[in-house]
Design a binder for this molecule. Structure first.
Ligand SMILES: [Zn+2]
Length: 306
């Protein structure tokens, strides 16, 4: 593909046309490599793997060898487009309408990556931000360390300004904890509930507590932590059958009041307290990123301009 790398709009369009729904590379890194290499960048493509997580392709492109070493960090993966019929523009066409560029990833963050490339500086691009974030940035950083490469400055091009460009500078990231809860019941006929144990109302009660209890009140640097139920699933198609189990997934974005072990303990406590009153049997499984690997991975804060 021939793209003028110095034109961030054309490059953003070309990147949007790569269907890089996480964890798929979708041609996005290949495209970047094809514009960076001729410009003199040394490109390294690396695929990292971890049991239980999808393999992720990464690209590290470097130009020059002297200090300071400025790094641009970004990701080319995007979240799934969802219901295609609900889009007024095709999500992977990179269309411009009335002077605005539309498409999945235009903001988060193919636009940012295209601006990096257009700025023609040292470059670090990962394809694993919208997924579990195991085989991306963390491993690229390990790889750099093993090669004795040190970054002096790193610019992350995430779209984090709520209203206008520059209204907020984030210098850190909240932790992200994902949990799946499965409430176990006993299958039975809806006409004979005494012979069954319906897990749905029990799950609803637990989720109600998780969604309504205050996690914390925020800190000087961060908003209050928040919990969002994102998946609710009952594997049952029969209206007259009480199902055997009901499951839900929720995600917590937590501030610096917490560390991964303490927020997990909080979730366990809340689930146990809710379950105790209704005699619910359940399993809880945690995943997610944040400070999973290192319990003090971030200590930074957003700076708000008044
Ligand atoms: Zn992003």
């Amino acid at each position: 593909m021939t793209v003028t790398a110095t034109d961030p709009v054309a490059l953003t369009q070309a990147l949007i046309r790569c269907e890089s729904v996480t964890p798929a590379e979708g041609g996005a890194l290949t495209l970047l490599e094809s514009v960076l290499k001729p410009a003199g960048f040394t490109c390294h493509r690396m695929t990292f793997t971890e049991p239980g997580t999808p393999d992720v392709e990464n690209l590290y492109a470097r130009i020059g060898a002297s200090a300071p070493h400025l790094c641009f960090a970004g990701h080319t993966d995007v979240v799934p487009p969802g219901d295609l019929a609900a889009w007024t523009v095709p999500p992977f066409a990179g269309e411009i309408r009335d002077g605005r560029l539309y498409g999945r990833g235009a903001v988060d963050m193919k636009g940012g990556v295209a601006c990096f490339v257009a700025a023609a500086l040292r470059h670090l691009v990962t394809g694993d931000e919208e997924g579990p974030s195991i085989n991306g940035t963390m491993k690229v950083l390990d790889w750099l360390k093993s090669r004795g490469e040190t970054l002096d400055v790193c610019i992350v091009g995430e779209p984090s300004n709520p209203d206008t460009l520059g209204d907020e500078i984030k210098i850190g990231r909240r932790g992200s904890l994902t949990a799946e809860i499965v409430v176990r019941g006993k299958q039975g006929h809806a006409a004979y509930p005494a012979k069954a144990d319906n897990p749905i109302p029990k799950l609803a009660r637990i989720l109600d507590r998780l969604s309504s209890v205050e996690i914390d009140r925020g800190t000087p640097d961060f908003e209050p932590s928040n919990l969002q139920v994102t998946v609710l699933s009952v594997p049952n198609r029969a209206a007259n059958v009480i199902p055997a189990e009901a499951r839900a997934t929720f995600n917590i974005r937590y501030n610096d009041t917490w560390r991964r072990p303490t927020i997990e303990a909080w979730v366990r406590e809340q689930c146990a307290a809710a379950a105790a009153t209704i005699n619910a049997a359940y399993d809880l499984e945690f995943s997610g990123t944040g400070d999973a690997r290192n319990s003090v991975a971030w200590k930074l804060r957003p700076i708000r301009r008044s």
